[in-house]
Design a protein around this ligand. Structure first.
Ligand SMILES: Cc1cc2nc3c(=O)[nH]c(=O)nc-3n(C[C@H](O)[C@H](O)[C@H](O)COP(=O)(O)OP(=O)(O)OC[C@H]3O[C@@H](n4cnc5c(N)ncnc54)[C@H](O)[C@@H]3O)c2cc1C
Ligand code: FES
Ligand code: FES
Length: 1382
């Protein structure tokens, strides 16, 4: 065995090297049959008889308390342990795959050698409980609470309005806490890095960064004190207006006092110091966890169990076990083996033990770069560039270098660098070691290496670079932060000294084959050549030949991936050219306009401005309407005390439910085999269609669905039945064991297939006004076009959840659920159970986000759970896993728009004929209303005299699509903005001129004949132009584009008009119930649900004003069908309007009842008046009711008022596109939004920013991929990317239009939830603008099609140039693609 020589040897826990896991090796994809399993287990037992002594006691600390577990379960994750065993519900489950950060906790450990304490954020969902020996776990509950004392990290995120639904908040709190434990005064860059692994779907991230900026070197906003040094608020000078007060008062925050932090448990310190070596062995019936303490034992065990999995971070294995259902019976955890954790500087490079974590590698490399001569660190810098974008910090803190190499993923980000650097790997087994170079012989197939089964990877030597060597690495992924690569590459060139002659060249690519590969043919032919244009030309055509992909290749994006290989080489070529010139070599000049292509992404610290109207002078201090009251649950959300559905403690005899769903898009069910499921541990029972006591029929608008599929399935994910068992794990395993036999039928998956088959739901809606034919005749020019808009997953951080509790008498059932529609849930549950609605009580405390996804689709799960609870007569719970939720519950409708537009040469639009198609899926759900809204928004903000819009609902075999913030409006308007861009491009005039020319004016009427009153579009437009400095920006963009060939900037200003009301007239009603108790406290209930949007906070503000009591006296407990019946779903942005008016009504009634007592005792207190009324036998409880007056629209006659009023807004965005990769940066967005007189500026700005960022996701990032068979391929944060922290515009300005009272809603306010979402289209069209500039360089002008989202692939493909020409696409129809545009 090779002894490690002694230079600097670190044996350190660099952030979780000992986070190991409970499953062990079998070749990937192979599952053990039962017989084999028991053989293996016996085998293990025999090995245990070896001389080795094993401990079975796991000792760790949680929030300072010692936990001792004898023989813990190797299957259990820390998250399950915290939530289910310790009842610590603050840590949330968002994905179970390390991709959302909701489960972040801090692990602290004492370094055995230095006694230094290390604190790291980790994902509890991936950390096996067995890996925690001698660690201290800190959860959100451990650092503070509302009752005890808030930690500053909790206080600041809450009070700075950084918590809306709050489901992400504990994870963010813990990421920040971990950072502060390691660095008391971090920089903003540190904060952004700390949050790479955390997602938030509500806030748009800005307020979170603002909150935590207060801890940083940069500090919080200075309140304009630092104006001369570029204060973020100086923009307000544009209008010479008085600046708005800050939305939070940082001066009131408790200071951070690092000395007051939770201390590392002294007992653990002592245990760590005196740590005698021990070997751990934990075992359940399926798996054994072996954690030996010497390398010899480790190798001996590996020799005995070649199939054993070596587990360090569990970030690969954990995913395989959870999502691929692979069983690994033997796990070898090397956490106690010093040799695998050492770091050694040798004469040739740095030798990392294979179990060193990526965080540790990063810090060692950074230190080396800081101290070594630059020529030695080219490889290190390339690795650091890859590590910068490698997962999030929680993953990097635990994932090992060896894990990355040995997983042998073809898209590993480190392996290309290791390959071009020629790293040396030391492989070892019990008989000795060998050293192999990491070259093209190392990976022998998909996820396979040349390691022998008994061998493990001991270490990797990363070499110093040499004097004439240049190395670069590139990673291209859909999202910059925490994303897996589409193509990843590393390149190294060595020149003959003093020349530009290539002596050695290595080009390595990931994502282009089943393994990471070296382009040896290309590299070989370039040896001896000079670095110049001729070499480039030759290299790109050779690469185009060598690196090809079959058009059906998994992952798709074939043309893009091939183009990337050339583009990335070109970048390398330019970078090297620059460096050679820097060394004074006589090589070709690097054109100045090419320079930006050589620069790596540089993030700038985001800045923001929020402008709003403060309450009028003289408004009573205790009148909180119009003030930035903090979300009433924010503090509890930040401490983990806020209770979500699945946080409720288990009920006695509770069962867990797992769904049995269809794996076919369209098929007959031939048989259901339960035999294996029934044998599963913990199995209690099943429910299928035959178990429904009432009706199996259900639906949203029409009853066209079934609770359980009956004989036929019509989509993948269609619910066929469910299994109940004693635990979640058992229920899920049993559900997977149910075997269904199908007879497959021809499915319809895409809209194009539906159009070809004329597969539409009826009716086909039309809105028509004017004379279309005359309009087109009048037009100077007519233009036709089409576009596709992809769907969107809601990605609420809390997935669907229900707990159903049979009450034991009169068939009463209580349903706790995460839904926007309690009354509809009640109706459907009662129907399925065959009981009256008065026996079903539906209760909603809060949701961890909804966005429309819990308006109708939540009822399916609730009904299933209720049926199971009824059958078993026991409480039943289910919270969907993220992948199930994404598979089953549908999302935003994909749209396809075809248009013909007639216009004058002035740019005035005179005729529009547009057809919309939406992919409705397998049931109607809300698709008709969604299409209607798309049609109501087909002209967006423009006056068009002659217009026809038609809407077709494609019936397909996808899970039914449903409501999503904007409800069809964004899709309708994106098509509008697309044709208006085409018109401008055809005319060769700026798009903003065409937009402005056609903008609605006061008194204009819409295609559905509604006259527009109190229109503020022009004010929003002008304010946005001036706040954004549009004209100056335009000039700067043009200059930039002249000076840069391969990066282009684009600018766009886009308006929106959004109609407020449910389009179904009857839904425009609301109720409220207000009780005043004799101590003066007020209990308020209304029909709306709280999903993070701050509805309850606003309702309390309304009640507080009307009753004239401080808002602290008013409490909202929950939404329940037992208190306010027959409620409309919380949707259509109208909930504050509707419920606010109902609350006002109830409070006014009560106020009038109390007024006499107030008059009798004017100096008395609220409590005095309440008591007096009570003793006078006056009812202190009142119902309120409201219905929106004068609305109702008739499609037949195109008459009536469709909307109560409109919300308006305008946004201007600037982006920078990397034309070679398709990546873009959001440089700036300026939003002006009319929200009337804001009820709560902080909440409204939060809604504007959150909606805007969700729109940024919709239009530029989020892509759902479906196979041609209708299987959703993107089922979690790993493959489906919502915007992350790094996607927010570097500069974001939000202004709420001043002096714009709305006489149609409560206290002159306006709806805000949905309207701002579409403003993110300004980013989409800014990208299109930048692409136009890139195309112009290749001599291409005029309109072009850009589908949504403007993904990296679409952007790159649209930027036509010499490289795209070398990679033509395969002809459609000649191959079966990996995914189809649905
Ligand atoms: C959310 C998330 C984001 C990710 N992002 C990225 C990314 O950006 N880029 C990227 O490349 N990868 C990424 N990954 C993949 C993964 O994190 C890495 O591959 C990681 O380095 C694996 O290390 P680990 O210690 O967690 O492996 P484990 O899961 O513990 O083990 C992985 C495999 O390696 C084997 N193994 C480990 N050590 C040895 C050894 N010494 N000898 C022999 N076999 C060994 C194990 O047997 C097992 O098969 C991501 C994963 C997740 C969950
Ligand atoms: S739940 Fe752990 S990262 Fe999402
Ligand atoms: S507040 Fe972040 S996900 Fe809701």
């Amino acid at each position: 065995m090779k002894q490690l020589s002694h230079c600097w040897v670190f044996w350190a826990w660099g952030g979780g090297e000992n986070i190991t896991h409970p499953f062990a090796i079998l070749p990937t994809g192979i599952r053990l049959e039962k017989k084999e399993k028991s053989l293996r287990m016996r085998d293990v037992d025999r090995n245990m008889e070896d001389k080795q002594t094993w401990d079975d006691e796991l000792i760790f600390f949680v929030n300072g308390k010692k936990v001792v577990e004898t023989n813990p379960d190797p299957d259990m994750t820390l998250l399950t342990y915290l939530r289910r065993k310790l009842g610590l519900q603050g840590t949330k489950l968002g994905c179970a795959e390390g991709g959302c950060g909701a489960c972040t906790v801090v692990l602290s450990k004492c370094q055995p050698d230095t006694q230094q304490l290390l604190h790291h954020a980790v994902n509890a969902c991936l950390a096996p409980i067995c890996s925690l020996h001698l660690t201290a776990v800190t959860t959100v509950e451990g650092i503070g609470s509302v009752a005890r004392q808030l930690h500053p990290v909790q206080e600041r995120i809450a009070k700075a309005h950084g918590s809306q639904c709050g489901f992400c908040t504990p994870g963010l709190v813990m990421s920040m806490y971990a950072l502060l434990r390691s660095k008391a005064t971090p920089t903003m860059a540190d904060v952004e890095e700390a949050f790479q692994g955390n997602l938030c779907r509500c806030t748009g991230y800005r307020p979170i960064l603002e909150a935590y900026k207060t801890f940083t070197v940069e500090g919080g906003c200075c309140g304009r004190r630092g104006q001369n040094d570029g204060c973020c608020m100086s923009e307000q000078e544009v209008d010479h207006e008085k600046p708005s007060a800050l939305l939070f008062n940082a001066a009131g925050f408790a200071p951070l006092d690092p000395t007051q932090e939770v201390i590392f448990p002294p007992e653990l310190m002592a245990l760590s110091k005196n740590q005698k070596t021990c070997s751990l062995r934990f075992q359940n019936k399926r798996t054994v966890w072996l954690q030996p303490d010497t390398l010899d034992t480790f190798l001996h065990l590996k020799w005995k169990h070649p199939e054993a999995r070596v587990v360090v971070g569990n970030t690969e294995v954990g995913i395989e076990v959870k999502f691929k259902n692979i069983l690994y019976p033997v796990i070898l955890a090397p956490a106690f083996i010093p040799e695998l954790h050492s770091v050694e500087h040798s004469s040739d490079g740095i030798v990392f033990g294979a179990a060193c974590t990526l965080s540790r590698m990063e810090s060692v490399l950074k230190q080396a770069v800081a101290t070594l001569p630059p020529h030695q660190t080219e490889v290190f810098l390339a690795l650091l560039e890859q590590l910068r974008w490698f997962a999030g910090q929680q993953i990097r803190n635990v994932a090992a270098i060896g894990g990355n190499i040995m997983t042998a993923s073809p898209i590993s980000d480190l392996n290309p660098v290791f390959m071009v650097a020629g790293c040396k790997l030391t492989l070892i087994d019990k008989d000795g070691s060998r050293v192999v170079r990491m070259d093209d012989s190392f990976f022998v197939g998909y996820r396979r290496t040349l390691l022998r089964p008994q061998e493990v990877l001991l270490s990797i030597e990363v070499p110093y670079s040499t004097k004439h060597q240049f190395v670069s690495a590139f990673k291209q992924s859909p999202r910059r932060e925490d994303d897996i690569s589409i193509v990843t590459a590393a390149m190294s060139v060595t020149f003959t000294a003093g020349t530009s002659v290539v002596e050695d060249l290595k080009l390595s690519y990931g994502g282009m084959a089943a393994t990471t590969l070296l382009a040896t043919k290309t590299a070989g032919q370039l040896l001896g050549r000079c670095w110049g244009e001729e070499l480039l030309e030759h290299a790109t055509s050779l690469l185009a030949e060598e690196l090809t992909l079959h058009p059906s290749v998994p992952g798709g994006m074939v043309t893009y991936r091939q183009t990337l290989t050339l583009s990335l080489f070109y970048k390398f070529y330019l970078i090297v050219l620059r460096k050679l010139r820097g060394q004074g070599l006589n090589v070709e000049t690097l054109r100045p306009d090419f320079l930006s292509a050589t620069e790596f992404y540089h993030a700038e610290t985001p800045s923001s401005v929020q402008i709003y109207q403060e309450v009028p002078k003289g408004q009573r201090q205790d009148d909180v309407v119009g003030r930035s009251v903090v979300h009433l649950s924010a503090l509890k959300q930040a401490t983990g005390e806020a209770v979500y559905c699945d946080d409720m403690p288990l009920f006695e005899k509770e069962l867990y439910l797992a769904l049995v769903t269809s794996s076919k898009a369209h098929a007959r069910i031939l048989s259901i085999d339960l035999s294996a499921a029934e044998q599963s541990p913990g199995f209690v029972g099943c429910v299928f269609a035959g178990d429904i006591p009432g009706s199996n029929t259900c639906g949203t608008v029409v009853q066209d669905e079934t609770v359980f599929a009956d004989r036929q399935v019509t989509c993948v994910g269609h619910i066929i039945g469910a299994v109940v068992a004693d635990t979640q794990l058992h229920a899920q395993r049993a559900a997977k064991a149910v075997k269904i036999h199908y007879e497959e039928l021809q499915p319809i998956i895409t809209m194009q297939e539906a159009i070809a088959a004329q597969s539409f739901y009826q009716p086909i809606r039309t809105i028509q006004k004017g004379d279309l034919q005359a309009g087109f005749q009048q037009a100077d020019q007519v233009l036709e076009g089409e576009m596709h808009i992809g769907g969107q997953e809601h990605f609420y951080l809390e997935t669907h959840a229900t707990v159903a509790v049979p009450r034991g008498e009169d068939e009463e059932m209580e349903i706790f659920v995460s839904t926007q529609a309690p009354s509809h849930t009640q109706f459907l549950v009662a129907k399925a159970l065959g009981i009256p609605a008065n026996r079903v009580a539906v209760r909603v405390k809060r949701m961890g986000g909804g966005f429309g996804g819990k308006e109708s689709r939540s009822t399916i799960l609730s009904t299933v759970v209720a049926v199971a609870a009824h059958k078993m007569q026991r409480p039943v719970r289910c919270m969907l896993d993220r992948d199930e939720d994404m598979l089953i519950t549908g999302g935003r409708h994909p749209f396809y728009g075809k248009y013909k537009v007639g216009f004058l040469n002035s740019g005035k639009i005179v005729a529009l004929d547009v057809s919309y198609y939406s992919n409705a899926g397998n049931t109607l759900d809300l698709s008709l209303s969604i299409m209607e809204r798309a049609l109501f928004h087909m002209e967006n903000s423009y006056s068009i005299p002659n217009v026809r819009g038609r809407g077709f609902l494609c019936r397909t075999n996808l899970p039914s699509n449903t409501a999503f913030r904007g409800f069809g409006g964004p899709q309708g308007m994106l098509v509008t903005e697309s044709w208006i861009t085409d018109v401008a491009q055809r005319l060769g005039v700026p798009t903003d001129k065409v937009r402005r020319l056609n903008l609605y004016r006061e008194g204009d009427s819409t295609p559905y004949n509604q006259v527009l009153e109190q229109i503020t579009l022009d004010r929003c437009w002008d304010e946005c132009l001036s706040r954004s400095g549009f004209q100056e920006r335009r000039a700067a963009v043009e200059l930039y584009n002249k000076q840069n060939r391969w990066t282009k900037r684009g600018l766009a200003i886009v308006p929106t008009k959004f109609g407020i009301s449910f389009t179904a007239q009857f839904l425009n009603q609301a109720g409220a119930l207000v009780h005043i108790y004799t101590d003066g406290s007020v209990l308020l209930t209304h029909g709306g649900t709280e999903m993070g949007q701050g509805l309850h906070t606003k309702m309390v503000q309304v009640a507080s004003r009307v009753l004239g009591v401080p808002h602290s006296k008013i409490h909202i407990s929950e939404t329940s069908t037992s208190t306010v019946p027959n409620t409309s779903p919380t949707a259509a942005s109208a909930s504050s309007d509707l419920n606010g008016a109902a609350v006002k009504n109830a409070c006014q009634i009560l106020k009038e009842r109390l007024d006499p007592y107030k008059s009798q005792n004017p100096k008395g207190s609220w409590e005095d008046w309440v008591k007096a009324a009570y003793f006078d036998r006056v009812s202190l409880s009142a119902n309120g009711f409201y219905k929106t007056p004068d609305i109702g629209y008739n499609f037949e006659t195109n008459s009536g008022r469709a909307f109560n009023y409109f919300s308006y807004g305008v946004a201007c965005s600037e982006v920078e596109v990397d034309c070679l990769t398709g990546a873009h940066k959001n440089l700036s967005s300026t939003i002006v939004m009319d929200v009337g007189v804001s009820l709560n500026p902080a909440i409204d700005i939060g809604q504007v920013e959150g909606a805007f960022m969700q729109g940024v996701g919709l239009f530029t990032l989020e892509e759902l991929h479906y196979s041609p068979d209708g299987v959703l391929l993107t089922r979690g944060p790993g493959s489906y990317k919502i915007p992350a922290f790094g996607d927010i515009p570097t500069h974001l300005s939000v202004s709420l239009l001043r002096d714009a009272p709305n006489d149609k809603a409560i206290f002159a306010s306006k709806a805000v939830g949905e309207p701002p979402l579409f403003l993110a289209a300004s980013v989409f069209f800014a990208i299109k603008d930048a692409i136009s500039a890139a195309r112009a360089e290749s001599g291409i002008s005029g309109p072009f099609r850009l589908d949504s989202p403007a993904s990296v692939e679409r952007i790159r493909n649209a930027c036509s140039d010499r490289f795209t020409q070398l990679t033509p696409s395969a002809k459609p129809g000649t191959f079966r693609p990996w995914s189809v545009q649905v």
